[in-house]
Design a protein around this ligand. Structure first.
Ligand SMILES: Nc1nc2c(c(=O)[nH]1)N[C@H]1C(S)=C(S)[C@@H](COP(=O)(O)O)O[C@H]1N2
Ligand SMILES: [Mo]
Length: 370
């Protein structure tokens, strides 16, 4: 069996070109940190192979001093920082929305368009400071930091290189990195070598790979993937005619969770059953609790939460429920530190591009005596 881009053979590959693949639930559940060969990969165009030696990062726009730096210069001049962060695509769990109503032209991601790694690199804030950009009071609301990559996407209208932006207020936070390493090793081509942005707590689309240029500007980027895609349209909107600025801009991640085991529609032994999965609160919030129901939401037990590696990374969880023989509907529901819970129904969340399905995950199981 052939594997693309250094990924394990059992990846669920949605598309080879552009390469879009997610790990199985079992692979994702096997460890807190997702091994690089297991980490999902989301791409909108061909994966560029950049030469580390000749590659340069440009920083310009509304800066006092323009910068043009090699990788070695970045590594010499700035202090290295390490952040454990979950990256999560806004399209994660889209399959649950497609089950409500079809979403043509978008990949049916299951629960694996999210993964967690240890990222090392430098703080975007430090590079911005070197260019004379600091977070100055009220201006931070209108000032945005845009990222430009070289991979040209035919999916954009018109076709263009990938880009996006975040507000200066987020860009200057200590968790936002320009990362050159993932899980202790140099970034691989598919994950953005030699340098990518990692915006912990925000949708994966803002963690721009193969970063070549940082532009400080008034307002968000005009790039298609900022101004048109990755916006949450109302259910009755036509995605084919939606233009720049329509719908809600997606940035901070919404509270979400998934059941990774048992699989939906599986046969299990009656009696004690372990149910496990992940939960992620998004933008600096904490997962406060995960509840699991063995009976479609009538009764609940609390899951045990696994290791806490800070607000930028997911929590794995596990609960034990007791099932009589017969069919049962397992449901999980995560709560965050503001006592907000996941919405119950995917049907109420359906949107034309299929983003942000954070409905309570469900798994139907058939319990048998054996
Ligand atoms: N240059 C570039 N950066 C990109 C993308 C892309 O297509 N091109 N995809 C984005 C999206 S939508 C996601 S979810 C993450 C996925 O990161 P990964 O492939 O390392 O998992 O990368 C983001 N950065
Ligand atoms: Mo994404």
């Amino acid at each position: 069996m052939t594997t693309s881009w250094g990924k394990r053979a059992d990846m669920l590959v949605h598309e080879e070109e552009p390469f879009n693949a997610e790990p199985t639930s079992a692979a994702l559940a096997a460890s807190y940190l997702t091994p690089t060969d297991t980490f999902y990969s989301r791409n909108h165009g061909p994966i560029p192979t950049l030469d580390r030696g000749t590659w340069r990062l440009d920083v310009d726009g509304l800066v006092d001093i323009r910068l043009r730096l090699s990788l070695a210069e970045l590594q010499d001049r700035f202090e290295e920082h390490v952040v454990t962060a979950t990256v999560q695509c806004a399209g994660n769990r889209r399959a649950g929305l497609i089950a409500v109503r079809d979403i043509p032209g978008e990949d049916p991601w299951q629960d694996g368009a999210t993964s967690t790694a240890v990222w090392a690199g430098i703080r975007l804030a430090d590079v911005l400071a070197e260019a004379g950009v600091t977070q100055a009071g009220g201006e931070a609301d209108e000032t945005h930091v845009a990222f430009q990559a070289p991979d040209v996407s035919q999916l954009a209208r018109p076709s263009q290189a990938y880009g996006g932006s975040i507000p200066l207020a987020k860009a200057t936070r200590p968790e936002v990195l320009l990362a050159w390493s993932m899980n202790g090793e140099a970034l691989t081509p598919v994950h953005g070598a030699p340098l990518r942005v990692v915006v912990p707590g925000w949708i994966g689309a803002r963690s721009v790979k193969w970063l070549e240029r940082i532009i400080v500007r008034h307002g968000p980027s005009d790039n298609y993937f900022q101004s048109v895609a990755y916006r949450l349209l109302p259910p009755d909107a036509d995605p084919d005619t939606a233009g720049p600025g329509n719908g809600l801009s997606l940035g901070p991640i919404a509270l979400n969770s998934a059941i990774l085991s048992p699989a939906d529609d599986s046969t299990v032994s009656a009696g004690a059953l372990a149910v496990s999965g992940y939960a992620f609160a998004g933008d600096g919030r904490r997962v406060a609790r995960v509840d699991v129901s063995p009976d479609g939401g009538h009764t609940w037990v609390q899951a045990d939460l696994g290791p806490d590696r800070g607000p930028w990374a997911w929590r794995l969880w596990r609960a034990q429920v007791h099932l009589a023989a017969g069919d049962a509907l397992l449901v999980a529901q995560a709560w965050d530190g503001t006592a907000a819970a996941q919405p119950s129904e995917a049907e109420h969340l359906w949107n034309p591009k299929g983003y942000v399905n954070n409905a309570c995950p469900r798994a139907r199981v058939h319990a048998v005596h054996r």
